[in-house]
Ligand binder design. Sequence first.
Ligand code: PDD
Length: 285
Amino acid sequence: MTKNKKVFLNGEYIDAENANVSVMDRGFLFGDGIYEVIPVYNGCLFCFDEHLDRLENSLKLTRIENPYSRSEWREIMLPLIDVTKNQYIYFQITRGTAEKRDHAFPAGVKPTVFMMCNDIVPFDTKENGVKAITLEDNRWSACNIKAIALLGNILLRQQAVEHDCAEAILVRDNYITEGAASNVFAVIDGVLITPPKSNFILAGITRDVILEIADKNKIPYSEESISLNALKTASEIWFASSTREILPVVELDNSLVGNGEVGQLWRTMNDLFQNYKTTYTANKK
Ligand code: PDD
């Protein structure tokens, strides 16, 4: 653990090595909590309101009380940020610490709030593209909640890593849902396609930004289901997430995607995305 790294825990900024939660915390015992990840570019919280909208939705669906207002959340984040770097805020809210282990909600407990800020480590092979593997999506059917209970996701990501892949593309009943920790885009017959929002995917903020950019720049796009067979015909495949931005896939299940090189639309979109970030951060200063 980095020495002297400050984190926020239940109202206090403390050294990470001294930040402790009870073993009776519902997050520890049940994975009973939700989280968010917000990229921070040189001190600017990227799409803060969109992330807070999703946080509020996750809290509503899990019936966990929101302990802070939006402006309070922002105030809590600021002291953790190094404005000279590109970082991300990770924060989670669990239902709190109960006296005994019981699946049903405990009465009268306060949520546990934990927050930290880490550097974004640029994906070293981004420009060359990455390999991906398709795996059966065996997670539950409430993937629209950004739950800290990520056992399904981590087992899938680990399988991908053990196959020398950067990410897994998850398939439910022959249709693509998302990545283990990302959303999926495919270019099929010249159209940029991503599966529609549903309870089987997390509504990614990066995904929304990509669609907004496509719309503004007249790039043909569609939110529609992608079958596994259709995915195999894609000329480009991308992953999208807050920490990896837009990652091109050049190999899927040991076969080349398109000609096996990073696609032209990815290059265009990546440039537009970088410009979007620059304009966004300049306007918020
Ligand atoms: N995960 N789908 C899943 C399952 C995810 O875990 C993520 C992001 C996304 C993309 O969402 P966004 O564009 O808002 O980051 C989609 C984060 C980065 C994580 O768990 O660390």
